[in-house]
Unconditional design. Sequence first.
Length: 414
Amino acid sequence: MRLAELPGEPELTYCTNIHAGESWGEIAASLDEHVPRIKAQVAPAEPFGLGLRLSGIAAAELARPEPLARFKDQLARLGAYVFTLNAFPFGPFHGTRVKEQVYEPDWRTSARASFTREAANILSALLPEGGFGSISTVPGGFKPLARDPAAVARVVDNLLQAAAHLVAIERSSGRHIALALEPEPCCFLETVEEALDFFERHLLARPSLAHFAKFAGVSEGEAEPALRRQLGVCYDVCHGAVEYENPVEALERLRRAGIEVPKIQLSAAMRVPRISPALVERLKPFDTGVYLHQVVAREGDRLSRYVDLRDAFAAFHEGEAQGEWRIHCHVPVFLADLGPLGSTQGALIATLRALRTAPLSPHLEVETYTWDVLPEELKTGFKADDVARELSFVLEELRDERRHGPGRAARDAA
């Protein structure tokens, strides 16, 4: 959905990683099952944009002419279109142990670069002539690679080559696609601070620009603006909140540094204002063994990071990990609290308020993918209805202040 009443006319969607499915056939079937019901509730009379998640298997299948042609027909039948891809999880994302495997293959590998090029080719075929698309991707990889300079060099080289491929796509088709690194707790890039440092010291360094100029077939003088155009940051509000970032300030820092934000993922994390033995017990049902739930504990000015809930539980029992906990668990954006637990919904509302007056990003994507593993009391109905409710919540917060003052959630949070 294009939000013509907002600065920059951003497009709003949800990420289809909420739906289980790894093969292209499974993904296509899930769209037929869910999209009509969602569209009927939030965009009955206008084209409905999709944030399409592609696995490695699905991308390889959809890259072939016949499935791609059938998908275009399916989109026409659904009254939908695709403007952004989630090319972060390469392998299975539902119904099995995901954990740190979600980052594999990472940007040290040619497999990640090849998958991303394939995804970009698919998106180019789906965009209208002169259109703009975005692809969110792994922020380098899991944190330990940051300790290996040779590994960082491989990450840089593969990203430069991927960006050069996007230059070639725009040169041949007129379609502009931007690749967006998505900082995440316990990853190579986990904060905006680390992302800014990586761009300045590695991607935009003179040797990197010289390499990119050769890869992309541009002059050295054209290399920096071309790279900045093709490579940026996907800001996930949940991830930023877990790191205790102010999302509006973080986005402003990226703007001042000239780093593009092709996509903002509108999401909320779990928050425990002050951890206690009782709340540790309350959190244990969330430790399902499927996704990583990174924890950042804050006591005073000190932040302590834990790769997963079990690590944080063990630290708490040893007398550590005290104070506030923020947990990387995407929870429904329309819930201000989760019973005895809390949400970082306030950070999301602050972001939505800022979007009313400033074009922070051309693409906005609601991303709550954990419905299947949430405790039963947090499941509110059919998935399609949950998605529609999240999109309606976001639309109300984006639009209501202009007509009636602060939106419902902002009033409730005050």
